[in-house]
Design a protein around this ligand. Sequence first.
Ligand code: TRP
Length: 458
Amino acid sequence: MKMQQAPGKGFRDGFTTNLGVIAATLGSAVGLGNIWKFPYLTGVNGGAAFIIIYLLCTLLVGLPVMITELIIGRRARADAITSLQKLEPRQPWYLVGVSGVIAAFLILAFYSEVACWVFAYIFKAASGVLASTDPEVTSQAFANMITNPVQSLVWQWIVLVFISVIIIAGVSKGIEAMTKRLVPCLFLLLLLVCARSLTLPGAAEGLGFLFKPDFSKVTWATVLTAMGLSFFKLSVGMGTMITYGSYFRDDQNIPGTAARVMLADVAVSILAGLAIFPAVFAFGFEPGAGPKLLFITIPAVFSSMPLGGVFMVIFFILTAIAATGAMLSLMEVPVAFISGRLGWSRTTATLVTLAGLVLLGSTAALSNSTMADFKLLGMTMFDLLDYSTSNVLLPLGGLFLCLFIGWRWGLENIRRTASNEGSLNNDAVIGAFYAVVKFVTPLLVFVVLLNGLGIIKL
Ligand code: TRP
């Protein structure tokens, strides 16, 4: 019996199962954002009050853009640029795709540097060099790593090559196969660390920090933060989801999948908060965010607990897994474009992308050493790559995608694609999506963009 058709000419790889689609898409959404952004922002912005606001913002901003991108991708079945060209051949909408491919490079250039610190920390934690309860000592260990140009570069290359190998293996045999195994592992490891953290004496204070609803801390700036976060979290605004949508099967329920991914992503963020903050408070450390939390506070916190070394290794493995799924989705954007458009093989396309990333990424890798004094617009390259994408390119891309689907493409096309040509009975969901994406989302994203550009200050 012939089991499988050999992939001949015209064959387009894609995700093969429902579980694979969820794993890959959730793998993209879950990333460093869940671990060093979301829990801390929740803690300082009113706990449960922030979680409610984030859910509302996601419903009105992140999720509609995600559904928009998935619809565009599956309808056109092509990369981010070609998809928009296929749907509107003689109009400049494809420039959104161009901005997306550029954004993928820029994000990966700094994201891979942070990710490589996480990978390096798995080994450092295992070797015992991070075993100190004194933040001064762990801070020194972190500084030693990031100010060392050779370590920064070599670890980044290792991570980029690792991602490239998976990408070369293909969409179903690489991305899908990998995330299908890694995402369940991530949940399991996260639950393990949660159990440890929550059973420490004094864990309750951390729970209070995370969950105690305090609406007096909620300001317009909080709402803006939540809207921006929903963008970065769900990997939207730059064509990642257009590219992944183009790999969805015809019978995949797009709004349903997007909603599930969004909820699972929030669950991971909350679990990450439960893994981190009860332990931080139990040992009397200061809560924080970003690199300081991840690479300085967390090693000291884990070193304070029984069996801390083991849990520290587990923690950095799960963070590395989270970053891997996100990086795969970022790298797939230029690779899909180059191989789909220029007709180059997937391997060549990946190697060219890798070469570009090694070059651009080195400016981020060296931002704490050789290039520390090199500043553009008052920022190091690392900060500039982060700022320009999160605050400008992603909202800009999201805004135009909403305008495209809401005002240009129209309800009939949306309905056909989002109902799988009428086979799903989801008219009400589509109607609500259409109203939001046409009127509400663009307005809100526009405010996020103005804020990102410094034009308004809340
Ligand atoms: N969502 C990921 C995180 O939370 C980051 C990420 C992956 C991303 N792909 C993206 C952000 C595309 C913006 C656009 O860490």
